[in-house]
Each structure stands twice: as structure tokens, then as C-alpha cells.
Ligand binder design. Structure first.
Ligand code: FES
Ligand code: FE2
Length: 451
């Protein structure tokens, strides 16, 4: 057998196997044999991207927004690398990874009480933020960093509408300006902390992490909160040690329900055939999905006769950075038409989800689920909450392990399959916004400052 040593080495590299600069052919031959064993799989892998490209081209015709380059690059899910800085002796992110001009969820309103010392500490898009309520109940969001010696203000004390740093006692108003330095009469001009725009809407607290002038509340995503009288919505949250790009990819591909959520939301492999109808918006994507004549999801199987079939309708609004609002309806099979339907409705529900990136390696995931008053019954919304809590632990397990693998081999060349189309679109949109913000920031730097 003639051995192509170069091909063998290439294939070993492709599989992440060690390749030594060994001059002896015996070693190379063994490399070639192991590579040859993997060759059929490799050939299949090389064909897969072409199939995926075809799907992308077909889908893109309908949206007309995506260039062909939106097809996943080798670094599709790649988290930009970090380097260790000698100057400041800590890790520095090499690229901008968060859209700053966006509203990020900082939690449910009930988490922030008017308690004497009630202050919340949050990591949002790589920044430390402290939140508290003023006397009139309005929420204040400040950078969680005292300008004196960088003590955490979240360890401080509320005093009326102000927050006092409990290291050396400097006190800051809700606008971030220092209004007292104990033992000192003059207050330096730079004695202030950054104040972030905040809005409370649908029982969520939203913080704008970018240019305050651009903070438009109309950009906050639509949602249905637990305070909405027409719905019985239950809330929850989970911390996941993963990069938020993996969360975006997960939420934009509902086919994973068949596999990751086999024990909870699963029960049918029809999900693997899901091809959403997508509509791209400037800051998000809408998806419309119908699943016809399928069994009920696993967590509710005990509620219906075993052979009963249903039509499922998923109406999803996904918006930057990672907000997912699902209007989910279940009909008795064969009774629902597309569009405004008069089918036999079994469940009408909303699940509103906000995935807030804390930093490159973790997210705080705020979510809810609940039925409309018209289709609710005692205990039903509790069952939905129980199911979504269990399902999101399944996602957590999957995404944390995936994130560990990607961090370990960031240059590993992955393959693409048909289900990457949805995630590809949303990540392309995110990257487009990141590039635009980076370009705008560069333009905003005055020429004198760059000299
Ligand atoms: S660190 Fe806050 S007052 Fe000194
Ligand atoms: Fe999931």
C-alpha cells in the first residue's frame, strides 16, 4: 500500500491527534493507518457543508438579507481568544464580544426589594453593576466599582436615594455623582461612578449597557410578565457556565428538543424535521413553526389518552442579544389552520426568556412559562414551570460541556449540518452588530486622542 504521509499528517491534525516531527517512517506509517481508518468518516464530513450551503442559499432567497459568507466559518461558535496582559496582569478579551447598545435583563422585579440594605450585584456584558431602589421605587443601576479604590459598592449601604461605599464611606447619588467624602470638604470632579439607564417592563428590570443617548425603551423586546392579568405566568432563573453564543445557537435550533429534551419536552422525533419560516428584522429574527399530528410532549403524557395527537404552533420572536419570546399553542390534531386559528385549543401559553451574558464564560438565564387564563386550570402552570426547570437543567448540562470542549480546542474544525441554518442567521446578525459598533467606536475617537 502506498502511503501518502502528508495526507496522513493532515488528517491527524484534522482529528486533533498529535503529530510529531518524527523522521522514522514506521511512526508515519502508523499515523497513516489510523488516518486511513478515519477516512470514510472524513469524506462524509467534507460533503456535509455543501448540503448545508444549499439550505442556506435556499433560505436566504426568502429573507434576502444574508450574504453567502454568513455560512458558518470554521469559527462558527468560537469565543474570541483572551491574552494575558503584562501591563495590568489580568486576562484581556481580544475582541469586542458584547453588543453594548442594547437592553440587557438584570432580573425579575421581585428580586429587588425596598429592604434597608437591598442591593443587587450583577455581571452584565462584562461589567459589574449594582442595582437598588430609590424611595419612590425607581431602580438605580451604577457601576459596581468605587472610584476611590475600586471597592464593590454592592457591599455598601443604601441611605435614602444614595449608596454609601462601606470601605472609606464615600456616598453616591442615583446619578452616580459623589455627594459626600467623610473627613473631606471638597469633592473632586472625577469622584463619580457610571450610571446606566434602567427601565422596568413586564416585571423584568432592563439595563442599557451602551451610549445613554441611544437608550430607547422602544427597543426592549415584547414579553408577557407574571403581572399580566390575562396569563398565569411562573418565573425562574438559572446560571449557566457557557458563552452566550452557544445559548443563541441552542435557542435558534428547536430540533434539539428531540434529543436534549427527550425526557422532558421530547416524545416525538418530528422535531428533527422542523424547518422554521424565518423573517429577519434589524435586531432579531421571527420564526414560525407548525408540528402536525404529533403525540403530546413527555411531561404532559399522563394528562391525555396515549393515542391522542396534537398540532403544535411555535411563534418565536428572537432579539439581540439573546431574548427569546415564545407564544406556544397546542391544538387537537387536525382542527387548526395556519394564521389566526379557530382550532380546538388545548393550551395557549407564553414563555419569555432573557439570556444575559455575564462574561465570556457564563450567562444568567431568566425565564418564565405559563398558560392563558382561558386555557389554565389549577396546577397547570405549576406543571409547566416544573417541566421548563427540568428541561433547562438538560440544556445547562449540554452547553456547559460543549463550552468546556470549545475552550479546550478553540481551533478545532467543526462540520456543519442542515440544522445550523437558524443559529447561523442569528449569529451572523449579532456579528454584524458587533462590527458596526466597533466601527462606530473607532470613528468616535477624536484624531487628537489617537496621536
Ligand atoms: S474604596 Fe470606596 S471609599 Fe474607598
Ligand atoms: Fe433546550
Amino acid at each position: 500500500m502506498r502511503i501518502d504521509h502528508r495526507a496522513a499528517v493532515r488528517q491527524r491534525k484534522h482529528h486533533g491527534l498529535p503529530v510529531t516531527a518524527d523522521p522514522f517512517r514506521r511512526r508515519l506509517r502508523s499515523a497513516a493507518v489510523s488516518a486511513a481508518a478515519a477516512a470514510p468518516a472524513c469524506r462524509a464530513m467534507r460533503r456535509a457543508p455543501r448540503d448545508t450551503e444549499a439550505v442556506f442559499r435556499r433560505d436566504n432567497k426568502s429573507t434576502g438579507l444574508l450574504p453567502r459568507s454568513a455560512l458558518s466559518s470554521p469559527n462558527f461558535y468560537r469565543v474570541p481568544a483572551r491574552r494575558h496582559s503584562q501591563e495590568c496582569n489580568h486576562w484581556v478579551q481580544e475582541a469586542i464580544i458584547f453588543v453594548k447598545n442594547a437592553w440587557y435583563c438584570a432580573g425579575w422585579d421581585h428580586e429587588l426589594s425596598q429592604g434597608k440594605t437591598a442591593v443587587l450585584s450583577r455581571r452584565i456584558a462584562g461589567e459589574s453593576v449594582v442595582l437598588y431602589r430609590k424611595l419612590d421605587g425607581a431602580v438605580v443601576a451604577l457601576e459596581d466599582r468605587c472610584p476611590h479604590r475600586q471597592a464593590a459598592l454592592s457591599l455598601g449601604r443604601k441611605e435614602g436615594d444614595s449608596l454609601r461605599c462601606m470601605y472609606h464611606g464615600m456616598k453616591f447619588g442615583p446619578d452616580g455623582q459623589c455627594n459626600e467624602i467623610p473627613g473631606q470638604t471638597t469633592i473632586p470632579e472625577r469622584a463619580c461612578v457610571r450610571a446606566f439607564p434602567v427601565v422596568e417592563k413586564d416585571n423584568w428590570i432592563w439595563v442599557w449597557m451602551g451610549d445613554a443617548v441611544k437608550a430607547d425603551p422602544a427597543l426592549i423586546c415584547f414579553s408577557v410578565g407574571p403581572g399580566d392579568a390575562g396569563w398565569n405566568i411562573k418565573t425562574s432563573q438559572v446560571h449557566v457556565k457557557t458563552n452566550y453564543r452557544l445559548e443563541i445557537a441552542n435557542l435558534m435550533d428547536l430540533t434539539h428538543i428531540a434529543w436534549v429534551h427527550d425526557a422532558t419536552f421530547g416524545g416525538t422525533r418530528e422535531y428533527e424535521l422542523v424547518r422554521p419560516r424565518m423573517t429577519m428584522r434589524p435586531r432579531g429574527i421571527d420564526s414560525d413553526i407548525w408540528l402536525r399530528n404529533v403525540p403530546v410532549t413527555r411531561f404532559a403524557q399522563h394528562l391525555f389518552p396515549p393515542d391522542m395527537r396534537f398540532d403544535l404552533h411555535f411563534d418565536v420572536q428572537f432579539s439581540v442579544p439573546c431574548n427569546f419570546v415564545l407564544h406556544f399553542k397546542v391544538y387537537v390534531a387536525g382542527t387548526a389552520t395556519e394564521g389566526p386559528s379557530d382550532g380546538q385549543l388545548v393550551l395557549d401559553s407564553y414563555s419569555c426568556q432573557a439570556v444575559t451574558p455575564c462574561d465570556a464564560d457564563s450567562v444568567q438565564y431568566y425565564y418564565s412559562w405559563g398558560a392563558s387564563r382561558a386555557t389554565d386550570s389549577p396546577g397547570l402552570s405549576d406543571l409547566l414551570k416544573e417541566a421548563i426547570d427540568a428541561a433547562f437543567l438538560e440544556d445547562k448540562l449540554t452547553l456547559e460541556a460543549q463550552h468546556r470542549n470549545i475552550s479546550e480546542k478553540p481551533d478545532f474544525k467543526t462540520i456543519d449540518i442542515v440544522h445550523d441554518a437558524g443559529p447561523g442567521k442569528m449569529l451572523w446578525l449579532l456579528d454584524k452588530m458587533l462590527k458596526e459598533e466597533a466601527a462606530a467606536e473607532k470613528r468616535a475617537i477624536p484624531i487628537a486622542a489617537t496621536v
